[in-house]
Design a protein around this ligand. Structure first.
Ligand code: GCU
Length: 678
């Protein structure tokens, strides 16, 4: 049965003509097995080729026929050394795949400077077969654009996952370190297959227990499993740990005892995990402790940790998602206000994760104004992979277009073309510490992510972390082929459906630049009316500001002036009602209900039209899927069909609730001919 456990690494037998085509390129496998990574690479190629072609190639030491696959590094393989390929541009993680002639025989070489690079190359080669690409005349050069490609697990030690919709945490802390579940290896394989090279094991609001000796042993066991796959382990730390588990009276970052405590803790960690990645920190945000508790800055806090891990080559990811006090003015401005003045004050091994938008992982937000605003500080992208605000597990929402929209957004800080992708790949300001982190959607469900289509969001995150300029459509295409089938009658409509799915959810939840209409706390269904929360910025009414005259949050120079946080050309555009792209209209402007939109309709009618469109799009998705019956296994087909039915029901719920509520505020009639809710 197909329960989705294999993710995109299904390796099912290809059609006979495809097998024939690839057989002549997979006659022998020449690969070392002296290191754990080499063994993992060999095993993966054997498993993959055996599955795809029905038989694994002969393992050999020497080339003696056409169609060999030769894998390794110039230093691990004399055969590869003899080819004298130029590998300088590949760096530590890159690879090349090339069709060559060796001793009069044709061969495909997968070459890297490191074992892990070769492993990545092996996965790429398998992907070519999985997606039925040509493997003739190959000349592929790949190396990651970003250095840190990290998954964050918002997992607590009790197994609960914050914002997790796919079961419990996959880390079985009770049985670690002695029992290393096979699932950990499959997790590592999946990540390596898309180039993810770091994992943060625990939640950003976890306590300090993970830093105790007992838990560090468990962490070390996981690090051992992941190491062959090029994955380093990181931990979220609680800033007050020196008090909670260190017995100190303070966690003031400028206190010498506190500094010593962190140094010794880091030394202890590196003694048992020599390649430990470093720390992730959420400080002075949503009630978490931090340096500001002692009148210190985020830089003071980050630097004490950075100094502790620096001798070991570790890094600190200090989050900019700060959201600490009540924000009667404008929550969207807080991160910039707190961090921009600290530009240049962080140690060189500190990188700041910045969420894609200034609020919080909404279906759509403008890009975060910090991108481009801190030239002296490495910033990393933080995306949410788990669909906290996007329908949890059941709604089919492919996040590729959301990620791509933000990565290609132009900050204009150095003129046209200063896109967010160039901020985070370091090229805009010349940084070498670069990265992307994703808040994972992984749990103990058999299919890992709560639904088959949610796997695509893990996948696209990894592929974009490798290269943030890839197209989300191309990534969807390869994912569909690997996960379901290469049959174009399936691939084309399903990729189209995925590509449209993000706009659908924007339309039925928060069109035209609205944000945060979800019920506070759970963030699932609609609650635009909700004003019950104690904090203003936890109430949906704070965000949409609908009144009898109009709707939207005025962030222009006459409002909160959040627009001023963007570079002048962008600020001017967002400041001007007429120039603001309509998809961000109500994010930046409070607009009269009878305002004429570009379509000629009033804002009120257009809002209603978007809500209806969202529901219609989901209906269309169900229709598309109905035609896919028979192309794939029944188990996955049926679950997707059922989930789409849930999504349609809930899209209608969103539409009807939001239209009814906003109508009660606007007092305006529904557009003529508007069909009553079915
Ligand atoms: C969101 C989410 C929280 C999470 C926070 C964060 O606000 O709702 O659960 O802790 O993001 O990123 O820190």
């Amino acid at each position: 049965a197909e329960d989705g456990y294999d993710l995109w690494m299904r390796y099912h037998l290809l059609a006979p003509e495809q097998v024939k085509r690839y057989d002549s390129h997979a006659s022998q496998l020449i690969i070392g097995s002296t290191t754990p990574t080499q063994t993992a690479t060999r095993d993966e190629l054997q498993r993959g080729l055996n599955g795809l072609l029905g038989h694994a190639p002969l393992l050999s030491n020497d080339i003696n026929r056409n169609g060999a696959i030769i894998v390794g590094t110039p230093s691990s393989s004399p055969l590869i050394a003899r080819l004298k390929l130029d590998t300088t541009s590949l760096g530590n993680e890159g690879y090349l795949i090339r069709s060559v002639a060796v001793d009069g025989h044709t061969a495909t070489v997968i070459v890297a400077n490191t074992d892990v690079g070769a492993l990545y190359g092996a996965f790429h080669f398998l992907r070519l077969l999985q997606t039925e690409q040509s493997v003739d005349h190959l000349d592929i050069h790949e190396s990651p654009r970003l250095k840190l490609r990290v998954l964050e697990h918002w997992d607590y030690l009790n197994g609960q996952v914050e914002r997790g919709y796919a079961g419990a945490s996959i880390w079985d802390w009770w049985k670690l370190p002695d029992w290393r579940a096979p699932r950990y290896t499959d997790y590592a394989r999946a990540n390596a297959s898309i180039g993810i090279n770091g994992t943060v094991l625990n939640d950003v609001t976890d306590g300090a227990t993970i830093l105790t000796p007992t838990y560090l042993q468990k962490v070390a066991a996981l690090a051992d499993v992941f190491r062959p796959y090029g994955i380093r382990v990181y931990l979220s730390i609680r800033f007050s740990a020196p008090i909670e588990i260190g017995g100190l009276k303070t966690a003031d970052p400028l206190d010498p005892q506190v500094q010593r405590w962190w140094r010794e803790k880091a030394d202890e960690i590196y003694r048992i995990i020599p390649d430990f990645g470093g720390f992730l920190v959420k400080a002075n945000s949503e009630g978490q402790p931090g340096p500001e508790d002692y009148g210190r800055t985020h830089a003071d806090g980050a630097n004490v940790l950075a100094d502790a891990v620096a001798p070991h080559g570790g890094i600190v990811m200090w989050r900019t998602f700060v959201y600490s006090q009540n924000n009667p003015d404008d929550r969207a401005k807080q991160a910039y206000e707190e961090f921009k003045p600290l530009d240049g004050r962080f140690r060189s091994n500190v990188i700041l994760p910045v969420k894609n938008g200034p609020i919080d992982f909404q279906p759509r937000e403008p890009f975060h104004p910090l991108f481009g605003a801190m030239p002296k500080t490495p910033l990393m992208m933080e995306f949410e992979i788990t669909k906290e605000y996007l329908g949890f597990a059941t709604h089919l929402v492919y996040l590729g277009p959301l990620y791509e929209e933000v990565l290609s957004a132009d900050t204009m800080v150095h003129g046209k073309g200063s896109i967010v992708a160039k901020v985070i790949d370091g090229s805009l300001e010349g940084h070498t510490l670069t990265g992307m982190t994703g808040d994972s959607n992984i749990g103990t469900d058999r299919n890992w992510t709560g639904s088959d289509f949610n796997q695509a969001n893990w996948y696209v995150f990894g592929r974009l972390a490798w290269n943030p300029t890839l197209s989300s459509r191309a990534i969807a295409d390869e994912w569909v082929r690997m996960t379901f089938t290469n049959n174009n009658a399936f691939v084309k409509p399903v990729v189209d459906m995925m590509m449209g799915s993000r706009e659908a959810v924007v339309d039925y939840m928060t069109p035209l630049g609205l944000v945060h209409l979800m019920g506070p706390g759970h963030h699932y269904g609609p609650a635009p009316w909700d004003a019950s929360e104690s904090r203003a910025d936890w109430r949906p009414v704070y965000y949409h500001r609908a009144d009898h005259e109009g709707i939207g949050f005025d962030r222009t120079s006459t409002g909160s002036d959040a627009v001023a946080q963007y570079a002048p050309p962008v600020a001017e555009q967002f400041n001007d009602l007429k120039q603001t792209p309509e998809q961000f209209l109500l994010f930046f402007h409070h607009v009269p209900w009878d305002y004429r939109m570009r379509s000629g309709q009033t804002l009120w009618y257009e809002l209603v039209a978007h809500y209806s469109q969202g529901v219609d799009d989901v209906k269309q998705m169900r229709e598309t899927w109905r035609h896919m019956d028979g192309y794939i296994d029944d188990q996955r087909y049926q679950q997707v069909a059922s989930f789409l039915a849930i999504q349609q029901k809930e899209a209608q719920w969103w539409r009807d609730a939001c239209i009814a509520y906003f109508q009660s505020i606007s007092g305006l009639p529904l557009p003529p001919g508007y069909a009553p809710p079915e």
